[in-house]
Design a protein around this ligand. Sequence first.
Ligand code: ADP
Length: 191
Amino acid sequence: MLNIVITGAPGSGKGTQSDILVEKYGLKHISTGDLLRGEIAKGSELGMKAKTLIDAGNLVPDEIINGMLESVIKANLDAKGFIFDGYPRTVDQAKNLDTLLSAYNEKVTIMLNIDVNHDLLIERLLNRDKTSGRADDNIETINHRLEVYQSVTLPVAYYYRGTDRYHAVNNNTTIDDCFKQIEALIAEIKK
Ligand code: ADP
């Protein structure tokens, strides 16, 4: 399997790059944000618990997310690989992902950390707010999400940084340029 972890601050373009990766490599896209928004739309108990946290820009507890992830992995073991988008977001989640995958003799093949400068992130998120309909795309919540990212999610990059799986990707320019960097990194693995 080709298992890709794609992380980066809110608004860094994880979802956009994941969509292109799905198209090109036929991987199963697992976006924990999309899964949670799906639960909210269904009005499930999990969704109701998550909604208040998400709307305030806080993370959903690891137990909820880890359980959700485990069922999606189990249901898609015939995939060519997974793209984990928005997961892991805490070091505990990163450890949990390694444990989950190793139960199937699988591992994270590559970790892509998408880097975008702060002003550009805000600009892109505020632009997204015009069309996303997401309750968390307003300036107060965006600022809080960026703080949570700095304090809780950035350490995930350090978790991978010591291994040869870690790669930083620059997305300060265009979607195409960012994808070219990712493509080159994947081509390197496939050699
Ligand atoms: P973005 O990266 O643009 O903030 P996501 O769709 O990835 O958007 O996530 C939206 C929200 O869903 C997060 O702010 C958080 O509340 C919740 N969430 C998503 N993934 C996780 C996760 N792995 N752990 C905890 N909370 C999560």
